[in-house]
Design a protein around this ligand. Sequence first.
Ligand SMILES: Nc1ncnc2c1ncn2[C@@H]1O[C@H](COP(=O)(O)OP(=O)(O)OP(=O)(O)O)[C@@H](O)[C@H]1O
Ligand SMILES: [Mg+2]
Length: 150
Amino acid sequence: MMYQTNSEQETFDFGAALGAGLQAGDCVLLTGDLGAGKSVVARGVASAHGVTEAMPSPTFVLMIPHEGDLPVYHFDLYRLEDPDEFYQAGLQEYLGGDGIAVIEWPECANIAPPGAVRVEVLRGEGDDQRRIRVKAPENLQNRLAPWRID
Ligand SMILES: Nc1ncnc2c1ncn2[C@@H]1O[C@H](COP(=O)(O)OP(=O)(O)OP(=O)(O)O)[C@@H](O)[C@H]1O
Ligand SMILES: [Mg+2]
């Protein structure tokens, strides 16, 4: 399904609507260009689970855990040079466990857990428009109906 937002706030709200339908063990794979809005979606997802602290980019540390009503593990794998580093660092432990994993640049580690929600953020027309493609079960897609465009 394809969705559209017209501001950072809308994309945050979109992420929050998606996040509200997620539970422990779920995984969101966020793809899209640099600056597309992946981190905005990630912050929205976390906010739905009561994370109120700042969420700085985990680019250099690969993963930052945030404590909400459940743990939200925020990954950014952009700097990974070799997919093996992900496993060597033991990061697979955070997938499918007690929290929600939200992963930016999953392609850098070839991460594709079965059942993961896929979110691709694309630029639209003008500086502030984004198109967001989501592959997820129907119950999650239904939560995103306000932003649906197809
Ligand atoms: N509709 C929109 N949705 C999301 N962000 C938007 C939108 N319009 C403008 N922006 C701007 O786009 C930028 C998105 O930045 P963000 O850090 O989320 O990108 P990213 O995809 O995580 O990039 P990176 O690959 O570097 O991690 C922000 O500066 C935000 O203000
Ligand atoms: Mg980011």
